[in-house]
Write a protein that binds this ligand. Structure first.
Ligand code: PEP
Ligand code: CO
Length: 465
C-alpha cells in the first residue's frame, strides 16, 4: 500500500553531502579508526523512532502553524547520562504532561508535547577550549561527546560516547513509551500536582480553581466514556534534540519501505542551533535533505533575508508542518528583532510555525558566577511574543523551555521566591539553567491565564485567521 507523506529525495543531496560544506561546532576525535568503527555500528542499529510517527508529528505541527494547535517543547538544556534513571525521566514526563493540560485549558487548543529528550546529549559551545589555572583543555560538549570533569582524559572527545548516547536515548524512549502506554499517572489526585507552592502566590485561588477545573473535565470525560483518560486519548510524546554532531545524525539517516524520503530516525524533530544555522553551512545542507519536521533557532544575529533564505532552502516545497522557527531574542530585544522576521516570512506568502524559546536570550551570570535566568524575564519575553505575533496577524504556535521536573535551584524568581543566594543549594546543570518543577508549573498557569484572557479579548492566536 502506498503511504502518505515523505518528501521526494533531493537529487543533489545525500546523507553525506554536508561533508563538502564548512562546518561549525564539531568535536575533533583523535582516534579516527575507532570513530569509523562506532559510526558503522551505529548505522546498523535499529531506529529509535518511526517514519509514521514523524509524519504524524509533521501533520500536528502544520495545525499549530495554522493556529489550530499548540506546541509545547521542553526538557533539559543537555541531558546527562547520570540522569538516565526512572525518577528523573518520570518527573520530566509529568511536568510536560501537566503543562500540556494547563495550556490546553488556557488556549482551548490541542497541545503537542515534544521533549528535549532521548538524544539531547550534545552542546554547541562559545569557546572550543576552557582554561583553568593556566591549563587549557577542550570544552565540555555534552555527555555524548566528552566528559565534564576537567582532566585531559575526560575532555578528549570519545567516539564510544556516541554509542552510549544512542543506547541511553533508546532506554529513555523505551521507558517513556512504557509509561505513556500504562496511563502513566493519575492526574486526578491533587497530590500529584504538588501545588503547595502556589499558596505563596497572590494568584493561589485562581491556580487552584484552574487545576480543579482540569480535574473536573478529566472526570467528566471518563464518566462519559466509561474508560480512563489514557484509553480515551492516548497522550503522545515526541522527541527532539539539536542535530549538532552531523556524523551521528548521518548514521541515523535511513530510507524506509514505501516512503520516498530520507528520515532521521534518531528523533522525531531535530533542530538546527543558533550557532550552526549558516546558510551555506554543513548543518543547513544536512537538514535540507531529511523528511522530518525541523526547527531552526533564530537569535538576534539573524537578518530577515537570512531567515527567508533558510525558509527557501529548508522548505522549498512549502510543505505544511515542515519548518518551525524557534526565536530566542530575549525580553529586551524581541520587540526589535521579531517583527521584521515575521514580516519577511509573511510578505513572501510563506507559513512557518513560530515558536518562542524564552530561555536562551535571557541568560545572565550572577556575581558568584552562576548562569541563571529570571522567571520574570522569561515570562516577559513570552508575553511580548504573543503580542507581537497578534499585532502582525500571525500566530505564536509554540513554546520551547529548558526545564526539569525536579527541585533544582537554577533560575531565580517565581512564587517559590528563589533568589541569587539560593542558587548554590541545588544547582545541577552543567550547561544552561532550567526552570524547576514549581517554576515551570507556575509559569504555565500564568500563561494559561494570559491565553484565555487574550482569547476573550479576541486576540488572533485564539482564532483562525
Ligand atoms: C540550546 O537550545 O540549548 C541552545 C544552545 O540554544 P541556541 O542554539 O538557541 O543558542
Ligand atoms: Co540551552
Amino acid at each position: 500500500m502506498e503511504q502518505q507523506g515523505g518528501s521526494e529525495p533531493l537529487k543533489d543531496w545525500s546523507p553525506s553531502s554536508w561533508h563538502e560544506k564548512p562546518i561549525a561546532q564539531q568535536p575533533i576525535y583523535p582516534d579516527s579508526e575507532k570513530l569509523q568503527h562506532i559510526l558503522e555500528h551505529l548505522s546498523r542499529l535499529p531506529p529509535l523512532v518511526t517514519s509514521w510517527e514523524i509524519e504524524t508529528l509533521k501533520g500536528q505541527l502544520a495545525e499549530a502553524a495554522a493556529g489550530e494547535r499548540f506546541l509545547l517543547q521542553g526538557g533539559d538544556c543537555s541531558e546527562s547520562f547520570a540522569d538516565c534513571e526512572s525518577g528523573a525521566i518520570a518527573s520530566k514526563l509529568k511536568i510536560l504532561l501537566q503543562m500540556g493540560l494547563v495550556l490546553l485549558h488556557g488556549s482551548k487548543k490541542r497541545v503537542t508535547r515534544v521533549g528535549r529528550f532521548a538524544g539531547q546529549y550534545a552542546k554547541p559551545r562559545t569557546d572550543a577550549t576552557e582554561t583553568r589555572d593556566g591549563v587549557t583543555l577542550p570544552s565540555y560538549r555534552g555527555d555524548m561527546v566528552n566528559r565534564s570533569a576537567f582532566t585531559q582524559e575526560d575532555r578528549i572527545p570519545d567516539p564510544e560516547l556516541l554509542l552510549r548516547g544512542y543506547e541511553r536515548s533508546a532506554l529513555t524512549l523505551n521507558f517513556i513509551r512504557a509509561l505513556v502506554d500504562g496511563g502513566f499517572a493519575d492526574l486526578h489526585h491533587p497530590e500529584y500536582w504538588q501545588l503547595g507552592f502556589v499558596n505563596r502566590s497572590p494568584l493561589a485561588n485562581e491556580y487552584l480553581r484552574m487545576v480543579e477545573s482540569i480535574g473536573e473535565s478529566l472526570r467528566f470525560m471518563e464518566t462519559l466514556a466509561g474508560a480512563s483518560m489514557s484509553q480515551i486519548n492516548r497522550v503522545d510524546f515526541y522527541t527532539s534534540h539539536e542535530g549538532l554532531i552531523l556524523l551521528y545524525e548521518q548514521s541515523q539517516t535511513r530510507r524506509v519501505p514505501r516512503r520516498s524520503g530520507w528520515y532521521n530516525l534518531a528523533t522525531h524533530f531535530p533542530w538546527i542551533g543558533n550557532r550552526t544555522r549558516a546558510v551555506g553551512g554543513a548543518h543547513v545542507e544536512y537538514f535540507r535533505g531529511i523528511a522530518n519536521p525541523i526547527g531552526v533557532k533564530l537569535g538576534p544575529t539573524v537578518t530577515p533575508d537570512e531567515a527567508l533564505a533558510l525558509a527557501e532552502i529548508l522548505d522549498p516545497a512549502r510543505e505544511p508542518g515542515r519548518l518551525t522557527f524557534i526565536h530566542r531574542f530575549g525580553a529586551k530585544k524581541i520587540e526589535k528583532y521579531l517583527p521584521p522576521l515575521v514580516d519577511a516570512i509573511r510578505s513572501h506568502g510563506r507559513t512557518v510555525l513560530w515558536c518562542c524559546d524564552p530561555m536562551h536570550g535571557n541568560t545572565e551570570v550572577t556575581k558568584d558566577g552562576f548562569k541563571t535566568r529570571s522567571f520574570d524575564k522569561i515570562l516577559e519575553e513570552i508575553e511580548k511574543a504573543f503580542r507581537i505575533h497578534d499585532e502582525a496577524g500571525s500566530h505564536l504556535g509554540g513554546l520551547h523551555f529548558e526545564l526539569t521536573g525536579e527541585n533544582v535551584t537554577e533560575c531565580i524568581g517565581g512564587a517559590c521566591g528563589l533568589t541569587e543566594a539560593d542558587l548554590s543549594k541545588a544547582y545541577r546543570s552543567q550547561v544552561d539553567p532550567r526552570l524547576n518543577y514549581e517554576q515551570a508549573l507556575e509559569m504555565t498557569l500564568l500563561l494559561a491565564r494570559l491565553m484565555s484572557r487574550n482569547k476573550k479579548q479576541g486576540g488572533s492566536h485564539g482564532q483562525k485567521t
